[in-house]
Design a protein around this ligand. Sequence first.
Ligand code: CO
Length: 136
Amino acid sequence: MFARIDHIGVAVESIDDALALYDEAYDMTLVHREVVEEQGVEAVLLDVGENHVELLQPLGADTPVGKFLAKKGPGMHHVAYQVTDIDAELERLRAAGIQLIDETPRIGIRGSRVAFCHPRSTGGVLTEIVQPAEDH
Ligand code: CO
């Protein structure tokens, strides 16, 4: 079961430029900033109540988010649903016929465990399943 929306992922050319909107105009609080080499991004999390916006800046053109930007430009990239048991959830989704990009969870931002579902099988929405680290 999905507990709630964890975050909305937004692809940006520059996190620092995007913060003019999210930090200054929207007045969201920046709570975390991290380079996630494995995913080819620098990411920040901003608080929106108990949920987040995740801004994603590619580390290079030849990364998933870099290719996304080249093809579609900045904007909505993915939605992330929070779960308490990602292994069980992936089994359930696989059994339901969802095409998984990650067959097993990988390490995401702030030590979370994450896996992505292919938009081909989710109505065009790149969907992330996230199990936060124990201390978040
Ligand atoms: Co995400």
